[in-house]
Design a protein around this ligand. Structure first.
Ligand SMILES: Nc1nc2c(ncn2[C@@H]2O[C@H](COP(=O)(O)OP(=O)(O)O)[C@@H](O)[C@H]2O)c(=O)[nH]1
Ligand SMILES: [Mg+2]
Length: 339
């Protein structure tokens, strides 16, 4: 096998396996002659990383990515930053685990798995979900407060169009969002939300389906949205998704109609407060249904991924957008847009 890959971490010539996951390596940006070494993500990222402490180099691939790592990778290849907002136990981490699970089983609407820089943390989540699936109620390992902010990475490759997209999903303990709702200083710490191209604003379907808790849940989302807008954390240029999690509980309690109307009310509030440039997406998911009888495990997940992937690059990834331009040096510590 003579073919060489310009990615030093890819051993295609020996193993015949593309590290980015392409079956047809001619689609791989890192592969062979046409590839510009200046664009070599691993090589350059590694040289950038040489400036970082040894410990973070050793952690690459073993843990979720730090914001600094994501900044480094985004300098090399454009990607989409997805922030996920919601208190503890609403289903943030489970949603990310479910996206990985679905993608590893089959393509999501023509989008194939094309690699991940966080395979080990994804595998750990999958493992814990398997163990817990033997219990009566499923469970995802809790994101510990000490873990702080970290990112899961997934690369996708479109079967027909041949294009690649890299998504970086932010995961952090839900308590941070609870603090941020009452404290501007804590809100300023939500650096991934400020930098995000796409914001997933989560609503707990289990609470919406409970008549005693429904109003408080609606109010929570509305208040948080208003506070984050006031604190300059959410912007009109971001793509906002309102996502109702644990939809299996909504179906179980037969409250679909009232839930949909609650979500529409929240969407109306979000639209009025944030004045987003594009309509707010509304989706429901059952990433990890409580009952194994519920036939729609992962319901809604592929629709969210498809919508995210099909948002035009011009609206994310540091490209020109109408009369607003996005500086290419935009980072987590310098997330501001130019106006
Ligand atoms: N019934 C139900 N439970 C879910 C669903 N998604 C997640 N959960 C459970 O909700 C709990 C909290 O989920 P997790 O993803 O850790 O929440 P996070 O704190 O927001 O990251 C776990 O026990 C999950 O198994 C779902 O679609 N339906
Ligand atoms: Mg979590």
């Amino acid at each position: 096998m003579d073919a060489q890959c310009s990615n030093p971490q890819c051993h295609y010539s020996e193993s015949g396996k593309c590290i980015e996951g392409y079956e047809d390596v001619s689609h791989c940006e890192s592969f062979n002659a046409e590839f510009d070494p200046a664009d070599n993500i691993e090589e350059t990222a590694l040289s950038e990383l040489a400036k970082e402490p040894t410990s973070s180099r050793e952690l690459l691939g073993k843990e979720k990515l730090s914001p600094e790592w994501v900044d480094t990778l985004l300098k090399q290849r454009k990607g989409v930053v997805v922030a996920c907002i919601g208190p503890a136990a609403i289903g943030k981490t489970t949603l990310m685990a479910c996206i990985f699970e679905q993608l590893s089983l089959s393509a999501i609407e023509q989008w194939n798995f094309a690699g991940s820089k966080t395979l080990a943390p994804f595998e750990r989540l999958r493992h814990s979900a398997r163990i817990t699936s033997k219990r009566t109620t499923p469970s995802t390992d809790r994101t510990l407060t000490s873990e702080g902010l970290g990112f899961f990475h997934l690369a996708f490759h479109h079967q027909q169009q041949g294009k690649r997209k890299d998504l970086y999903f932010a995961d952090r303990p839900g308590e941070d969002f609870t603090f941020a709702a009452n404290n501007s200083e804590a809100a300023q710490g939500l650096i991934e939300v400020k930098r995000a191209d796409i914001v997933l604003l989560l609503i707990n379907g289990e609470l919406l389906s409970n008549p005693q808790l429904r109003h408080a849940e609606k109010q929570r989302v509305r208040t948080l949205t208003s506070v984050l807008k006031q604190d300059g954390i959410l912007f009109p240029s971001q793509n906002i998704f309102l996502i109702c999690t644990k939809y299996d509980q909504v179906v179980k309690s037969q409250t679909e109609t009232s839930c949909m109307s609650d979500i529409a009310d929240i969407a109306e509030h979000v639209t009025r407060v944030l004045e987003p440039n594009r309509p707010v997406n509304q989706q429901c998911v059952a990433a990890c249904p409580e009952s194994l009888d519920y036939s729609q495990a992962g319901e809604g997940v592929s629709a969210i991924v498809k919508t995210i992937l099909e948002i035009d690059d011009v609206l994310v990834c540091g490209h020109e957008n109408g009369n607003r331009s996005y500086p290419s040096h935009r980072t987590f510590t310098n997330a501001e847009l130019w106006s």
